[in-house]
Write a protein that binds this ligand. Structure first.
Ligand code: SAM
Length: 257
């Protein structure tokens, strides 16, 4: 069962998180967005669209195929003059050729069946010398062992069948590199990034968050009973009343047109 991004229930799911300072540092190592035009495809509630504007981009356009996501993103970006949003599909944005300096896609490509189509569309939108930045989690990122920081690792330790789902949809680093090359991109690079997902005051806070995550995470594959079993499993393993800093490992690919 795939996530329904058009569902009203998920409309704030990708709108309210804080951008991690580690993400900002890594992006600034890859590109200087100052005075650049940026398109954020699969922007959800616009968390990163707004981040690009805060990093000094001259104009940022967020695209998403979900009307609900775009309405939320617009509502949360009202006071930012150089941001706009459109309902568009990543495979066919219907925008003009060569209109942007940076195309950014975070947590999008594992939802796309036609990855080559998505890459070609990004190439088409970029000006010569423009940069394409993809961020997603690969099977290697997903299978980092569980720990007090890598909470997601417990999901797969407790329910290995979730890994089969992830293996089917998660992009492999070398496959994306190969596809980028085939599409016509140059200077293809990949990086690892540990991003803080969320900070919880204690275990009780984490369990509340886990119960709320189900509609828009791999956890939506679990029944309510399984979710409660997972929460018990994590509680036993973490056994702490102290602050929990949940982190995820990501892969970032960059490539030049
Ligand atoms: C996991 S969310 C990530 C949102 C945002 N990029 C972030 O990192 O917070 C994936 C987003 O991609 C959008 N999406 C999925 N398939 C898409 C497609 N073919 N075209 C445009 N947007 C798509 C979904 O509606 C959703 O908002």
């Amino acid at each position: 069962m795939s996530i329904n991004f058009h569902d009203e229930e998920n409309r704030f799911g990708y709108a309210k998180r804080q951008v991690d300072s580690g993400w900002i540092k890594k992006i600034l190592e890859i590109v200087n967005p100052r005075e650049k035009h940026v398109i954020d495809i699969g922007c959800g509630g616009g968390i990163y669209t707004r981040a690009w504007a805060q990093l000094g981009a001259s104009e940022v356009l967020g695209l998403d195929f979900s009307e609900n996501m775009i309405q939320t993103a617009r509502g949360m970006s009202i006071n930012i003059p150089n941001i706009s949003f459109l309902v568009r599909n990543a495979i066919s944005t219907r925008l003009e050729d060569k209109i942007t300096d940076i195309v950014f896609e975070r947590a999008l490509i594992h939802h796309i069946s036609d990855i080559s189509g998505c890459l070609s569309e990004a190439l088409r939108l970029l000006k010569s010398g423009g940069i394409y930045i993809i961020q997603d989690r690969t099977p290697e990122d997903i299978t980092v062992p569980a720990s007090k920081e890598h909470i997601r690792g417990y999901f797969f330790e407790k329910f290995p069948f979730l890994l089969d789902i992830e293996y089917k949809r998660r992009p492999r680093t070398n496959i994306i590199q190969k596809k980028l090359k085939e599409t016509g991109f140059m200077e293809i690079k990949s990086y690892s990034l540990w991003e803080t997902r969320k900070i919880y005051q204690n275990l009780a806070d984490l369990t509340i968050d886990m119960r709320e995550r189900t509609g828009r995470s791999i956890l939506h594959e679990l029944s309510n009973k399984q979710l409660e079993e997972l929460i018990d499993y994590i509680s036993i393993n973490i056994q702490s009343e102290k602050m929990i800093i949940e982190k995820d490992r990501w892969t970032i690919w960059s490539a030049i047109r």
